[in-house]
Design a protein around this ligand. Sequence first.
Ligand SMILES: Nc1ncnc2c1ncn2[C@@H]1O[C@H](COP(=O)(O)OP(=O)(O)OP(=O)(O)O)[C@@H](O)[C@H]1O
Ligand SMILES: Nc1nc2c(c(=O)[nH]1)N=C(CO)CN2
Length: 166
Amino acid sequence: MLLKYHPQTVKAAISLGSNLGNCQATLAGALTALEQTSGITIQTQSSWYQTKAIGPTQPDYLNGCATLLVEISPQALLENLLTIEQQFGRVRQEHWGPRTLDLDLLLYDDLILHEPNLQIPHPRMAERAFVLVPLAEIAPNWRDPISKRIIQDLLLEVDTCDVHLL
Ligand SMILES: Nc1ncnc2c1ncn2[C@@H]1O[C@H](COP(=O)(O)OP(=O)(O)OP(=O)(O)O)[C@@H](O)[C@H]1O
Ligand SMILES: Nc1nc2c(c(=O)[nH]1)N=C(CO)CN2
């Protein structure tokens, strides 16, 4: 019997954010760009949330999360995210400053990775309501491989008053 070779498929989670330009169009465009990338399939996308900016004074953000099925490495996934950020006009200026598009890699299966250009889970994920609210909507039982706590439990520890369903 001939068995077709399937590269391993792994589940990953990303966050999306935008606070410059037409944010809703940018986030929808970023998901379309991801879906058109070889080795990436969007599994679930969250609702969009209007969130108060953390960091320097700047406009509110539109934030959301998506789970992906990926057949590419974490580094290749990050490269694709950075390329899509560039396509949407992302200019790196101020630390935590305003941006047309921010794509962060949150989780990659149960992997823990500490490389100079890539940390997984995303190191600030567990303190950010703008990440945990949308992530809990689509992946409440995903376990953070470091704290061993599930997303809906991490969400109980943060203040969600500045995160509003669009
Ligand atoms: N899990 C990750 N997801 C995305 N980028 C990461 C991750 N871990 C490390 N990085 C590195 O962070 C670099 C800078 O990212 P970026 O400018 O988007 O940070 P930021 O969005 O301003 O802040 P934050 O990382 O707190 O969200 C990226 O070029 C990438 O190499
Ligand atoms: N509400 C909100 N604040 C932020 C965001 C974001 O996506 N949403 N991203 C930041 C840098 O990654 C800094 N501050």
